[in-house]
Design a protein around this ligand. Structure first.
Ligand SMILES: *[C@@H]1O[C@H](CO)[C@@H](O)[C@H](O)[C@H]1NC(C)=O
Ligand SMILES: *[C@@H]1O[C@H](CO)[C@@H](O)[C@H](O)[C@H]1NC(C)=O
Length: 268
């Protein structure tokens, strides 16, 4: 009994430490995408952000197909998500959906990664062979030990995206809630089903990087799906509308790969 208690104590502590690494304590306005608080300056804006400048394994990166490493140990990523209570959020620097309760996720290397939130960047943060897509969705997963695994999905302008289609009306509402410089705006979505992503990925890129926003925490497993999806121009505008002008373009520039390798998985 005593052992169990201290174990859960430990995991709660780990969870608290690591979720604060994500975006909980980062106030809107504490960093930006251009000028004096732009990406080149993030590391000096706060001691908590120093790894943004001095980290050696930062994200995003340019995925150059010519230097990919095939890894036979990688497996098809089977995601199993279930409906859960969700909230649409404008945290000041991006628009996202946060989940309450167990929404599911995927298992890799014997570890369960549960989806905690998704959010959009525009244009895309990851590049493929130097090409920047119109948008990128990040599905942020976390394991019980606190480690993060983020799936990135790239979008080009084209047909309607069924996921954004489900929250379009709420995005209009969110844009009306003027997000004050120091506050998040929330809109309840009720039970939300991310079934759209409940499928396997036949091809993806894998590397170890960081959060793409301050505090730029490292040792995050990145999976960028090779399949590029489509989003309509109008939907992209709806995703940008609630953000203040300085955050409408919220893609961090690509970071040096340094010693890292990008692995590729392709279903046989
Ligand atoms: C669902 O989330 C909303 C906030 O978006 C919250 O007010 C509500 O209490 C939650 N409902 C349940 C059943 O957890
Ligand atoms: C990095 O994360 C992996 C699991 O995701 C973990 O096993 C390892 O200890 C972490 N390394 C550091 C330096 O935090």
């Amino acid at each position: 009994m005593a052992v169990r208690i201290s174990f859960s104590f430990l995991s709660i502590t780990l969870l608290l430490v690591s979720t604060s690494a994500l975006d909980k304590k980062i106030e809107p306005g504490s960093f930006g995408y251009s000028g004096a608080n732009g990406p080149e300056r993030w590391g000096s804006l706060s001691p908590r952000f120093s790894v943004c400048s001095n980290g050696k394994s930062q994200s995003p990166v340019d995925i150059k197909k010519g230097i990919l490493v095939q890894n036979k140990n990688l497996v098809s990523l089977v995601r199993d998500y279930k409906p859960a209570n969700a909230t649409l959020i404008n945290n000041g620097f991006n628009i996202g959906i946060h989940f309450g309760g167990n929404v599911g996720g995927f298992t890799e290397g014997g570890k369960n990664y549960n989806l905690i939130q998704i959010h959009w960047h525009s244009p895309s943060e990851h590049l493929i062979d130097g090409h920047q897509a119109a948008a990128e969705l990040h599905l942020v997963h976390q394991a019980n030990d606190g480690s993060y695994s983020v799936i990135g999905v790239l979008y080009e302008i084209g047909n309607l995206d069924p996921l954004v289609a489900k929250v379009q009306n709420k995005l209009v509402e969110l844009a009306k809630e003027n997000c004050a410089a120091t506050e998040e705006a929330h809109i309840a979505l009720g039970t939300f089903d991310v079934k759209y992503f409940r499928r396997r990925s036949r091809k993806y890129f894998r590397y170890v990087g960081s959060l793409t926003t301050p505090p730029c925490t490292e040792n995050i497993t990145w999976t960028v799906l090779a399949k590029v999806r489509s989003i309509s121009m109008q939907q992209l505008d709806l995703l940008k509308a609630p953000l203040q002008a300085a955050y409408k373009n919220n893609a961090r520039p690509v970071q040096p790969l340094n010693e890292r390798k990008i692995e590729a998985y392709k279903e046989a």
